[in-house]
Ligand binder design. Structure first.
Ligand SMILES: [Zn+2]
Length: 331
């Protein structure tokens, strides 16, 4: 394709300033941005001129290629990761089925053999390229379970990918390995029920998919999204000792436990806000959201309503609220 950027191997990342990161972050209409309180230090500052279809080296064992699918929900786009520096690699979250992105991945991988195409979950901004990459290379798709639902949630780009057919599903703790690397599945349901993170013990990296991102909290959208599971999966990461998180969207998180602690606190404060709304007589989600998300881009309110609903279901399970038709009451 004329004018298509060529993938470049081992292009070193530019180190972004905290200022650049913070201004880019403020410009993005994230649903909830935990970063300010959690002191995220960005390894790469996102900006409008992030390179698409170019391989960036983020670790001796990891290269990253950014897909050109930016949106209020995907930030600068989906980041696919190529793990392995030798003759064997794995690809994590190959991303949307877009020719430019796929060509960049294939060119970056070069002569290496793809041992596994791994997906953290099956939202359409993560997994559709897996099927195409398998067809092109013969590599197996190994990772999260397949999942298709009628209820696709509030974001178009997050609809589930019905084409996803894994060759092998990894259970929590199961690992695959290649030349100089190991990838271990860490089951982290919540954002979706089939969500996996992948740990790379050789580097202390955890690929967090959409479970934990530095630029925004995850959308947790019932019925598949589950706040009880999400909170447990946050606690699970907090109890681990990973050195750095590489999420599917946004910059690397180099103080992961601090971020996760901040996210757990943020969810607790959302819970308190919801209970307060009910006490004050706002018993419908549609009445709670404008109060709770004042100042947030109104385009994101439907997604915010999903997260509030997810919290209410969790609070009901814990016996704190109960559902009465369209309304919610204190139990
Ligand atoms: Zn997702």
């Amino acid at each position: 394709m004329p004018g298509m950027p060529r993938a470049v191997r081992n292009r070193l990342p530019s180190i972004g300033s905290a200022k650049g990161w913070s201004s880019a972050w403020q410009a993005s209409p994230a649903l909830d941005s935990p970063g300010r309180s959690a002191h995220i230090r960005a390894m790469n500052a996102p900006s409008d001129n992030r390179p698409y279809a170019l391989a960036e080296s983020v670790d001796p064992l990891v290269r990253r290629v950014l897909a050109r699918n930016p949106s209020p929900f995907t930030f600068t786009g989906t980041q696919s990761y190529i793990v392995g520096a030798g003759a064997e690699v794995a690809v994590i979250d190959p991303g949307p089925d877009e020719a430019e992105h796929l060509e960049a991945l294939i060119e970056t991988i070069g002569e290496a053999r793809i041992v596994a195409i791994c997906c953290t979950h099956t939202h359409r901004d993560h997994s559709p390229a897996a099927t195409v990459l398998r067809e092109r290379t013969g590599a197996p798709v190994i990772g999260c379970a397949p999942l298709t639902l009628d209820d696709d949630g509030p974001r178009l780009d997050a609809a589930f990918d019905p084409s996803y057919r894994p060759d092998r599903v990894l259970a929590d703790g199961e690992a695959i390995s290649g030349d100089g690397w190991t990838l271990e599945a860490v089951a982290t349901p919540g954002h979706t029920s089939n969500h996996l993170c992948f740990a790379l013990p050789e580097s202390g990296v955890l690929f967090t998919g959409d479970h934990v991102m530095g630029w925004s909290t995850s959308v947790v959208s019932p019925p598949d999204g589950d706040m009880t599971a999400y909170l447990a999966s946050l606690q699970k990461l907090h109890d681990r000792e990973d050195r750095i998180y590489l999420p599917a969207h946004g910059p690397a998180v180099d103080r992961p436990r601090q971020l996760v602690r901040g996210m757990l606190g943020h969810r607790r404060s959302r819970e308190k806000q919801i209970l307060k709304q009910i006490r004050e007589g706002r018993t419908r989600i549609g009445d709670m959201v404008p109060r709770m998300y004042k100042g947030v881009d109104e385009r994101l309110w439907p997604a915010a309503g999903r997260s509030v609903h997810a919290h209410l279901i969790d609070l009901a399970r814990r016996g704190l609220v109960r559902e009465a038709g369209e309304e919610w009451q204190l139990a």
